[in-house]
Structure formats: C-alpha cells, structure tokens
Design a protein around this ligand. Structure first.
Ligand code: 5AD
Ligand code: SF4
Length: 431
C-alpha cells in the first residue's frame, strides 16, 4: 500500500480538509503515515491568509527538497489556499513540487498521483464542489469537526479567502445530520460546524438555525459549536436556536476586526461599531452565560492613532473572553492590496503589543472571577503541561485542567481553584 504524509497549516477548515483528503486517498488504497522519510506522497495543506503563513511553507518546501533528492520517486504536493494563491510563484520558487491542488481540486488527487510527468495541477475553482460524497478520515476522539459550508461571498477588502476558496456553497443538511448521528454512535460527544461564514449556511431548505436545531436533537451529542459566524449574518432565528437548545454551547467567536467605523467601512465589513455592540448586547441578554471571542487586525491601510484607540476602547467595553490579534498583511489580489501597506511595521508591532497586553489583562480578570465556582468540563485527554493531569473544555470553551480521576468523554464538575488568562485549574467535586 502506498503511504501518504500530510502536514496541515492554517485554520480548522484546513484540518477538516486534511481529514477529507486522507479519507479520499484511503478509499483509493493509500495509508496514512507520520514519517515523511518513508512516505510515498508528501503533502503540505497550506494557508494564504497572511504572508507569514506562506513564508513558513516556502521554508518547509526547501527542507523537503532533500527527500526528493534522496528519493526522486517521492511525490511532493502543495494543496489548499496557498497552492491556489501562488500557483505561478510556487512553480518558480519550488520547481521540485510535483503537484498543486487548490481547495476545489481534492477529488482529483488520486488520478493526479497516479500519472507521471510534469507538475500536476488542479486549480480550477468549482462553485458546486462540496465533497458531500467523499469519505472523511476523522482523527476520532471527543470532538469532531464538520464542514457545513465552503467558500465565502463577502469579499472583505483585506481577505484572500473568497479568491482562493471560491463562492459560498453549503452541504445538504440531512447529510450533515446523518454524519453527526454516526459520529455520536461511535463516541463523539462534541461537534463543531465549520465554514468561512458558517452562519450564512443555507442548503436550499434549511438555514443554519434549522441545522443546529436538528443536530441538537441527536442523542449522545452533548455540545454543538460552530465557527466562524459573520456578525452581519447573526439572525434572530440563530440567536433563538443558541438560546433555546441546551446542547448548543454558550460560546461564540464573533470577529470584529476593528473598533473604528471608518476602518470597518473600508474593510467592507457590513456593520458599524454600534450595530456590532447592539448584537453583543442582544446575545448577552438572551444567553447570559455566553463567552465571546473575536479577531482583530491592526495596521489596516490608513488606520490612524485614533482608529487604533477606538479598537482599544472597544475591547475594553466588550470585554471578550479571548481574542486573536493580527498585524495586517497585504495580500495580492484583494481590494485593499491597491491601497498599499501604509502603517509601518514597527507601528503595527507596537499596536499589536498594546492590544495583546490589554486582552491578556481582560482575559485574566474574567477567568479569575471564576475561581471558587464550579464548571462542567467535557474531558478530552491528558493535559499537555501537567503530567498525570487531564484537560478538557468548559461550555464556554475555556481550557480546564484537573488531576482526575476522569477519562476522555467524561463530563465532570470541577471547582476552579486557580486561573490564568488562558487556563482554569481545579479539583473534581463529587455530587
Ligand atoms: N492580514 C491580517 N489578518 C487577516 N485576517 C484575514 N485576512 C488578513 C490579512 N490580510 C484575519 C482576520 C480573520 C482571521 C481569520 O484572519 O482577522 O478574521
Ligand atoms: Fe475573509 Fe471576510 Fe470571508 Fe471572513 S467573511 S473569509 S474575513 S472575506
């Protein structure tokens, strides 16, 4: 049996796409391996969201060139967003790559791998490709990632995703429900629906609220999450669904990107700061236990000191449980590319540092207030840093470490004894 080794870069969508490629290749006689030196096929499943992500892959391709030198028969492929974005440049900068496959080309992997000759490419975007009929080789474990929709139609001016992943398309709801049922039967306790704008999900009959309600009724599934919703697509029906089904976790990642209206308008985000905060207020009124996280970009072209101060003020007002904070990275092909990269690197770095410190403080304050309370933890496996301890998540997606006794899949009550800005720890309390 030929073997395949895949390294995954970037977001959860890519992790799910890797599982899809492994499932599809598995059905064509390939076996997965963790050892690149012995693999017949080496794939890098890549990300194009920021320049740094692409630079890492280019570096890694340089290292992998030695496998090709030692074993010329090895097939080396670049898949995913960066293959789609860099096509030409990749062929120039890493001519030893055999295979370029974009996010809509995974179906063709087996045939591309069976042919010899020049670099093989599958870079045509196909607005109807959902891979609904292909098998997925999931990691297994307590949580499963399920792609609900692919692509994005929003074209935020900074973002490369609509260009590399193509138009929005949803998988059939009944098929997703069947997948979740099967996963529940084999021990999965939590599902996370994925999509670039996951709450824009619509399969022609069901909207996203409907999909969630149907999934929430499946026995054995204790928690349902989804990522990432777009603030402008948060319908009342969706808020109702989250508020009314106990299995839908009280946790939402709601990317805001900036706290300044003029920046939001130039990003084409389709909401104002006031509109976003009104949404946050509605969510908190309907779902009091809800934890919120966000994404923020600093140094978008034209972002002034005042704009940045407005973002700091927004983080202070909303008080997110956590936030992913990024320096703007100009992406060729996007609308913002033409506006240049006007905020100097040192200033971007300064703004980022300030936001990180601010958010660490807020996350720490929020988490320390949980000391002395009990949280319900879905245990996932051994804790990474504390030997012998177990780790899991609270409904709010906070990492909780505990000494046990507990096994993966258990739900235990933990009395929080200590908290940092990223982790809670405590003891299991017996009922
Ligand atoms: N530069 C920096 N960050 C970006 N993101 C998307 N495009 C860019 C870019 N060009 C961030 C956004 C998005 C997250 C997934 O990545 O904050 O929500
Ligand atoms: Fe990119 Fe905006 Fe689409 Fe998110 S909604 S993937 S940021 S274009």
């Amino acid at each position: 049996m030929p073997t395949v080794y895949i390294e995954t870069y970037g977001c959860q969508m890519n992790v799910a796409d890797t599982e899809l490629m492994l499932g599809h290749l598995g059905a064509h006689g390939y076996r997965r391996t963790d050892a690149p030196d012995r693999a017949d096929v080496i794939l890098l499943n890549t990300c194009a969201i920021r320049e740094h992500a692409e630079a890492r892959v280019l570096g890694r391709l340089g290292e992998l060139a030695r496998h090709k030198q030692r074993r010329p028969e090895v097939r080396l492929g670049v898949t995913g967003c960066m293959a789609q974005h860099l096509r030409g440049a990749l062929r120039e900068r890493a001519p030893w790559v055999d295979l370029l496959v974009g996010p809509d080309g995974y179906r063709h992997l087996p045939e591309l791998l069976s042919d010899d000759g020049d670099p093989h490419v599958a870079l045509r975007l196909d607005p109807s490709e959902t891979y609904a009929d292909l098998p997925v080789a999931r990691e297994g474990g307590v949580r499963a990632w399920i792609t609900a929709m692919r692509g994005c139609d929003r074209f935020c001016t900074f973002c490369i995703v609509p260009y590399v992943r193509g138009r929005e398309r949803s998988l059939p709801g009944p098929l997703l429900v069947e997948q979740v049922r099967a996963l529940a039967a084999s021990g999965t306790r939590e599902v996370v629906f994925l999509g670039q704008t996951v709450n824009a999900y619509h399969d022609g009959a069901w909207d996203f609220a409907e999909l969630l309600a149907r999934t929430a009724a499946i026995p054995g599934i204790l928690r349902i999450r989804f990522t990432s919703p777009h603030p402008a697509d948060m319908s009342e029906r969706l808020i109702d669904a989250v508020a009314s089904h106990p299995a839908i976790a009280p946790q939402l990642h709601l990317p805001v990107q900036s706290g300044a209206d003029r920046v939001l308008a130039r990003m084409a985000r389709d909401y104002t700061v006031a509109g976003y905060e009104a949404l946050v207020a509605r969510l908190r009124a309907r779902i009091p236990a809800i934890a919120l996280s966000t994404d923020v970009i600093v140094g978008f072209p034209g972002e002034t000191d005042d704009d940045f101060a407005a973002t700091e003020a927004l983080l202070e007002r909303v008080r997110y449980d956590s936030a992913f904070l990024f320096k703007y990275s100009s992406r060729e092909g996007t609308r913002a590319w033409k506006w240049g990269d006007t905020v100097p690197e040192a200033e971007k770095a300064r703004r980022l540092e300030l936001l990180i410190a601010l958010q660490e403080r807020i996350s720490g304050e929020i988490n320390r207030r949980l000391v002395g309370t009990d949280v319900e933890v879905l245990v996932e496996g051994p804790a990474r840093r504390t030997p012998g301890w177990m780790a899991g998540k609270s409904p709010q997606l906070k990492t909780v470490v505990l000494p046990g006794p507990a096994a993966a899949g258990d739900v235990v009550r933990v009395r929080v004894e200590a908290a940092t800005s990223h982790t809670l720890s405590g003891q299991v309390v017996r009922p």
